[in-house]
Design a protein around this ligand. Structure first.
Ligand SMILES: [Zn+2]
Length: 294
């Protein structure tokens, strides 16, 4: 189980923290002169006995210079940081058997396809089946004004055309040891991904809790389409994570890859995190482990 650096981007701090006043969030996430805060795009590679599973895909290389400037995208590589990071871990795109999308927003699903120099858009992982919740796929294709900016058809239509899209029901097991946990609210069919580490559990939170700063139950992104649903998703799964001592992985935290869930110091629902690991990638000495590498 290894973290995979897929680059970074900058998003509006106000949008990232919803109704939380700036004097509160700015202490934890200082903004630049355009009111943006830095965010990682950190995927997860899970190597089980049966399959190499990549969880989320970063942003890809298909967007314009204007788009990349607006969002402060930094993910250069061959062809993107994602593939370069995988290469650094000894993994080629052809080694990936399964790609799982937590949802289809561009900063999570864009890297599932790449644009070649001749303009052709193709699946970035040629042997992989791409597992996506059917409800999320249908929602992404609505072309609704509120969410249109986050869903870019070029990120998922070419996968459908290539026949590698595997639409599943919510809560599905992807492969033994890797399960989609329904955590709606950010989008109606958003999923976090639970990984069995062999005696330990890790939950890849995705946009349910994008950074450590979003752990308080009410610290919910303005992007979320159903914030009250997010609240209940967080209450349920973070309380369980604390009770069972799960590791929690933060896809967007610029500094913290993961930490161990514990009960909040003041008691009550939700969780705090201890034993945080700052390194974005697992050290080389630990490569090759399939369990417990957190
Ligand atoms: Zn999202």
């Amino acid at each position: 189980m290894r973290a995979v650096d897929a680059g970074s981007l900058w998003l509006d701090g106000g949008a990232m923290f919803g109704v939380v006043p700036k004097p509160l969030w700015a202490r934890r996430a200082p903004a630049d002169e355009r009111n943006r805060i830095p965010l990682a795009m950190r995927c997860l590679l899970v190597e089980t006995d049966q399959a190499n599973v990549l969880i989320d895909m970063g942003l890809g290389n298909k967007e314009s210079d204007k788009f990349r400037s607006i969002y402060g995208v930094s993910n250069e590589g061959a062809p993107t940081r994602l593939e370069s990071s995988l290469s650094g871990l000894g993994v080629t795109p052809s080694d990936i058997d399964v790609v799982v999308a937590t949802h289809l927003h561009f900063d999570h699903a864009g890297g599932g396809t790449v644009r070649d120099p001749d303009g052709t858009v193709r699946p970035a992982f040629p042997r992989a089946r791409y597992v996506v919740c059917r409800g999320e796929y249908d929602f992404a294709r609505l072309d609704n004004e509120r969410v249109r900016a986050s869903y870019i058809p070029a990120n998922f239509e070419p996968l459908a055309a290539a026949g590698c899209l595997d639409l599943v029901e919510g809560g599905s097991e992807v492969v033994p040891g890797v399960r989609m946990e329904s955590t709606p609210g950010h989008t109606p069919h958003h999923h976090s991904i639970r990984v069995d580490l062999g005696g330990d559990e890790l939950l890849f939170l995705a946009d349910l809790v994008p950074t450590m700063a979003h752990l308080p139950l009410a610290w919910i992104m303005g992007y979320d389409v159903e914030p009250m649903v997010t609240l209940e998703s967080k209450r349920a799964i973070l309380t369980r994570a604390a009770a069972e001592g799960w590791w929690l992985a933060f896809e967007h935290d610029p500094f913290v890859a993961w930490g161990r869930a514990v009960a909040p110091p003041a008691g009550g629902p939700g969780c705090a995190v201890t034993d945080v690991r700052d390194q974005p990638l697992v050290p080389e000495a630990e490569r090759g482990e399939t369990t417990g590498v957190v």
